[in-house]
Design a protein around this ligand. Structure first.
Ligand SMILES: [Ca+2]
Ligand SMILES: [Ca+2]
Length: 385
């Protein structure tokens, strides 16, 4: 082979692997190049407003991510991002922000006013795989009114997801992951949220929720009835795992080293709440680990796990926020386990434990005493059990 042929062969082999960097400053420019993007390519978005990004099948990397990057964090802004049938896509540093348009959005049930769920969410990702979202700011307009907050992120029917170092605020439910697998939700900041922070739903499995911070949630708390049609309360949780339909269960869920705070202006919120759908189907969640979390809040459900098999609750600290007065059990977070088979409850600190079956092996858990009124529970004296 002569030198010319050798060079040709070299470039033919190598050129598809050379990543290309693109620069765009509006959505029209991006749409022009989207079909020629290949694994490893990066597209840098100049500061500006890009409107709605809507991709269905246009990006399909193979073994390396196609990266959409805001040149300056938070300066390239979308109103919505909708992705379907996408593979190997990374979003880095964007702001996703909708303008509030409903001043009287009280009901937590979106069916009540006939709104289309799809239109309501800042980000929707479906039927996709290998998705990274990092360093993004997902936030409605930063007003003090939580009645007009939209939903934030919904990812459904998708696998291999990394969601890390994002900031989510001024939303109704911040992040829903439904029917997902192989998911890592790491070091995100959730604050000024009206309802749930992280909501794991459907048949989700292999989910790691680690090192996230939750603070200052504002659930709407007025209740006008006890049935689901008239109950207008938000059931706000920092982390909720709750399958939606019968015969669905969550599997291999790990919740580690998260910080769950009521905050200095927020309302009491459930911190970690896990339950299989209470439909009498007998389906249990399976393999749940809750380890090393720090909770300081003002609601009974500090860590609650109902309907599950194989549960480990270890080395968590569950305190009553110093902003809560008194020792009412309803405003003092505890560790509550019901209808669980095979639980290890080990080296936790909490004021209250509800352990209603014999198969548990509680060991070395610390029980805090409440010292009434305005005392900080953090300073309460403790006894070992
Ligand atoms: Ca708002
Ligand atoms: Ca909830």
């Amino acid at each position: 082979m002569n030198l010319f042929k050798k060079i040709c062969v070299f470039f033919c082999l190598v050129s598809p692997l050379v990543a290309v960097n693109y620069q765009v400053k509006n959505l029209k420019e991006f749409n022009k190049i989207v079909k020629k993007l290949a694994s490893g390519d990066s597209i840098f978005f100049a500061p500006g407003k890009y409107g709605k990004l809507n991709l269905n099948g246009q990006i399909k990397g193979t073994n390396n991510y196609i990266k959409l990057i805001s040149k300056e964090v938070g300066q390239a802004e979308f109103t919505n991002i909708y992705l379907q049938n996408i593979k190997y896509l990374e979003l880095d540093g964007f702001k996703i922000s909708q303008t509030p348009n409903r001043e009287k959005y009280i009901s937590p049930d979106p069916r009540d006013d006939g709104r289309k769920v799809w239109e309501d969410r800042s980000i929707v990702i479906a039927k996709s795989e290998e998705i990274i979202i990092r360093n993004c700011i997902i936030s409605d307009m930063e007003d003090e009114n939580h009645n007009n907050d939209h939903n934030g992120l919904t990812i459904r029917d998708t696998k291999f997801i990394l969601f890390e170092k994002n900031d989510l605020s001024h939303l109704y439910t911040a992040a829903i992951f439904q029917d997902v697998s192989n998911v890592e939700i790491i070091q995100n900041n959730f604050h000024d949220i009206r309802n749930d922070g992280i909501n794991i739903a459907g048949k989700s499995k292999k989910v790691l929720i680690k090192g996230n911070r939750f603070e200052n949630f504002f659930p709407h708390t007025v209740s006008v009835g006890s049935d689901s049609k008239t109950d207008k309360r938000d059931h706000a949780d920092h982390i909720q795992v709750y399958s939606v339909k019968a015969n669905e269960r969550a599997e291999d869920i790990k919740i580690m080293n998260n910080t769950s705070l009521m905050g200095n202006k927020g309302k009491p919120t459930q911190s970690i709440f896990i339950q299989a759908s209470p439909d009498g189907s007998g389906i249990d969640n399976f393999n749940i680990q809750i380890i090393g979390n720090y909770i300081s809040n003002g609601h009974y459900h500090g860590i609650s796990v109902f309907d599950a098999k194989n549960v480990v609750i270890e080395k968590n600290i569950v305190l009553q926020s110093k902003n809560m007065l008194g020792c009412d059990v309803l405003n003092s977070p505890g560790i509550h386990i019901r209808r669980v088979e095979g639980a290890i409850i080990n080296q936790n600190t909490s004021r209250e434990y509800t352990l209603d079956q014999k198969s548990y092996s509680p060991q070395n858990n610390e029980i805090l005493k409440c010292e009434k009124s305005t005392q900080k529970s953090e300073n309460s004296k403790s006894v070992k059990k």
